[in-house]
Design a protein around this ligand. Structure first.
Ligand code: C2E
Ligand code: MG
Ligand code: MG
Length: 282
């Protein structure tokens, strides 16, 4: 138990067994079992967080985010996604997410609204991945440019040899690729150098520190975006002050609690294409 607790994290360290470790493992195993039935029991659903144009605050897209409710218990994505990734369950769950996103897009009246879906490394390892996505787009008659796929930089360190080809294939099809949590991985720059990424999402941690050194980092990424031709989304914008500073940098899009919490699917139909009003600065 102690060995598995350290594996993949800090293998160079020593850890002694204690009861808490066993409890953690037990709860992970229980969650993994419960996750097997979560789809069939309709315990999973998607919520959608608006991403707005930084100039006009008009909603341009929504990020689809998974939610798991077991009876009265709410299990956070940060808890169950890693479990589903390790067990491989994320492959099926991920297809369900993609299908739900396509169904939602099919019902959104405004054709220039997109949906961004988070995709894990394990999903890319499935040989059927690209074929299944293109079948979904055909089934629901979706313009591929309306589907954005969010990947994290860790994807590019997974050692998958055909990864770049898969991403290029998706882009040729018209699907847009976003790099999520940009700046938190260990070789962010090589990723944007080697691929023609469509969107870069600057991680929330830099936006939180924008009044300090975060601003210099945002400005540097802005400069790169001009020559490397990608658009920038600031994640986790919570205050008007942050929004103002980001606007001054010329950032393209913003997402965060200042504009909206993630909303239910019905609200996507209502909000698509609308502008989010902010309280007037006094
Ligand atoms: P992410 O893709 O970086 O998603 C953004 C997270 O930041 C969401 O957390 C969102 O609710 C939160 N957030 C948005 N605005 C703000 C803000 O202004 N302040 C703060 N403090 N937080 C904000 P959530 O929904 O808990 O998701 C956590 C992570 O779980 C996601 O991070 C993503 O990596 C993963 N995830 C969620 N849904 C899926 C999915 O369908 N598939 C996969 N593979 N991963 C998913
Ligand atoms: Mg994301
Ligand atoms: Mg993110």
């Amino acid at each position: 138990i102690a060995m598995y607790a350290l594996k993949g994290k800090q293998p160079e360290r020593v850890l002694f067994y204690n009861h808490q470790l066993e409890e953690n493992l037990r709860s992970k195993v229980l969650l993994q079992e419960a996750l097997n039935n979560a789809l069939a029991r309709h315990e999973l659903r998607l919520v959608f967080q608006p991403i707005v144009d930084a100039e006009t605050f008009a909603i341009r897209s929504f990020e689809a985010l998974l939610r798991w409710k077991r009876g009265t218990q709410i299990i956070e994505p940060s808890v169950f996604i890693p479990i589903a990734e390790r067990s491989g369950q994320i492959v099926n769950i991920g297809y369900w997410v993609l299908e739900e996103a396509c169904k939602t897009l099919a019902h959104v009246p405004s054709d220039d609204t997109s949906i961004a879906v988070n995709v894990s490394i394990v999903q890319f390892q499935d040989q059927q991945f690209v074929a299944k996505i293109s079948r979904l787009l055909e089934t629901y008659h979706i313009n591929p440019g309306r589907l954005h796929i969010e990947v994290t930089e860790s994807l590019f360190h997974s050692g998958q040899s055909d990864l770049t080809e898969k991403i290029i294939w998706l882009q040729r099809k018209g699907i847009k690729i976003s790099i999520d949590d940009f700046g938190t991985g260990y070789s962010s720059l090589s990723v944007i150098q080697n691929l023609n990424i469509d969107f870069v999402k600057i991680d929330r941690s830099f936006i939180q520190k924008i009044e300090d050194k975060g601003l210099a980092i945002v400005e540097a990424v802005m400069n790169m975006s001009h020559s490397l031709n990608f658009r920038i989304i600031a994640e986790g914008v919570e205050s008007e002050e942050q929004a103002r500073l980001l606007q001054r940098c010329g950032i393209h899009y913003m997402q965060g609690f200042l504009f909206s919490q993630p909303v239910e699917m019905v609200d996507v139909f209502r909000l698509a294409g609308k502008t989010i009003p902010l309280p007037q600065a006094s």
